[in-house]
Design a protein around this ligand. Structure first.
Ligand SMILES: *Cc1c(COP(=O)(O)O)cnc(C)c1O
Length: 399
């Protein structure tokens, strides 16, 4: 997910325009900034790119999830369903608003299994967060149908798949809200940063106010600070330098994806020599942003044996089954209910445990993850590196 690979003159030029204006804050300073509104312009262009009416820039992808949940009115007493293969941020945000994350199985798409989603819906469910992991779509049309039938809003966590699509619709534009991350290892990066997109003007207005202490961003008597507030907010504001970098990176996004698609195909051919290898199921292969290549071996022992050889040859793949940041049974702090709060919140309330997580609760996900190996697809793939991976795969095929 390497926006940093293409960092260059365009980013420098955009950032310099902000430094020259001397205004780092996205609001106010109308005279000093002389028409330079980088965050606002980034929001407008990002919304247009996603095919939606509104975008709200925030400080991170994690903040984007939190702001989206808050805008939907979610809090204590509510359950939010997400998947057991995602970055910890997805459920951190759910816990942070006081709701309970409920974990759902993944299927061969490596994303949310709609059949298990249906089983996990309870009378406390208030939202569903499918995560489009590793560049490609969850079964978003089916998930949306189920959600609609239960009158539940969908938040798409699209931190890992900006620019990917299903039947021509950009991921993030299917749900009530779609969230994005621009952290240092994502497909496009602003160092830190995030975005929430929506078609709904009222959700956007709630996010705009919440993320800035309740300021309504209208011309007010007395200027900024002259207005009243509709509700208690927080500070998740993006700064102008990030907006500037975002504009430069967004302009490169389609080029990044095109390069990744070509390189993913070369990597796919390299690992095709492995006996019985198969590939992650794609909802819409043409819409894959090709950020990762996920390949599956017939059984877990074989996946581990293959990766041992790949590692020895300097071309080890990511084995998410052992990854402590992205996979449910490896989240020891979640399973233990570990928190700094003396009250035990959000795992305990009034001395009583609100939720207990069983590490063996997702057997279908385990059966898939145990067989799955993953290569990150770089934007720039050298012939040497490709040859090394191809040679390693050949060696692993013989082992
Ligand atoms: C990176 C990521 C996030 C969080 O984004 P940050 O900008 O790092 O806070 C959320 N969800 C997923 C799936 C991610 O990969």
């Amino acid at each position: 997910m390497p926006g940093f690979e293409v960092f260059g003159a365009e980013e420098r030029q955009e950032a310099l325009a902000v430094l020259d204006s001397g205004v780092l804050f996205r609001y106010e300073f109308a005279k000093e900034r002389a028409g330079v509104y980088k965050v606002r312009e980034f929001e407008e262009r990002f919304a247009r790119y996603c095919g939606v009416a509104h975008a709200q820039a925030v400080t991170s992808g994690t903040a984007a999830l939190k702001v989206a949940l808050v805008a939907l009115g979610i809090g204590p007493g509510d359950e939010v369903i997400t998947q057991g293969f995602t970055f910890v941020a997805t459920w951190e945000a759910i816990l942070d608003v006081g709701a309970i994350p409920v974990f759902c199985e993944i299927d061969e798409t490596l994303n949310m299994d709609p059949a298990d989603l249906e089983r996990k819906i309870s009378d406390r469910t208030r939202a569903i967060i499918p995560v489009h992991m590793m560049g490609a779509a969850a079964r978003i049309l089916e998930i949306k149908q189920i959600a609609d039938r239960h009158a539940l809003p969908v938040i798409e966590d699209n931190a890992q798949s900006p620019g990917a699509s299903v039947q021509g619709g950009k991921l993030g534009s299917f749900g009530a809200l779609g969230t994005f991350s621009f952290d240092p290892v994502k497909t496009m990066t602003t160092g830190e940063g995030g975005m929430v997109v929506t078609r709904d003007p009222e959700l956007w207005r709630a996010m705009s106010e919440y993320h800035d202490h309740g300021h309504d961003h209208l011309p007010n008597p007395g200027g900024r600070g002259g207005e009243g507030r509709r509700f208690v907010g927080f500070n998740f504001r993006m700064m102008e330098l990030q907006g500037a970098l975002g504009l430069a990176q967004l302009a490169k996004l389609d080029g990044i994806i095109a390069a990744q698609r070509a390189n993913k195909e070369r990597l796919r051919q390299a690992v095709s020599v492995l006996d019985g290898v198969s590939f992650r199921a794609q909802v819409d292969a043409a819409g894959d942003s090709a950020t990762f290549l996920a390949f599956l071996l017939p059984e877990a022992g074989r996946a581990r044996a293959v990766n041992r050889v790949l590692r020895e040859q300097g071309a080890g793949a990511v084995y998410f089954a052992e990854n402590t940041w992205h996979y449910y049974p490896r989240w020891e702090h979640l399973l233990a209910g570990a928190t700094l709060a003396r009250s035990g919140w959000p795992f305990q309330d009034g001395g009583r445990r609100r939720v207990i997580y069983d590490p063996k609760a997702l057997p279908q996900s385990a059966a898939i993850m145990d067989r799955t190996l993953v290569y990150q697809v770089p934007v720039r793939l050298s012939e040497e590196r490709l040859a090394q991976i191809a040679a390693a795969a050949k060696a692993a095929a013989k082992a």
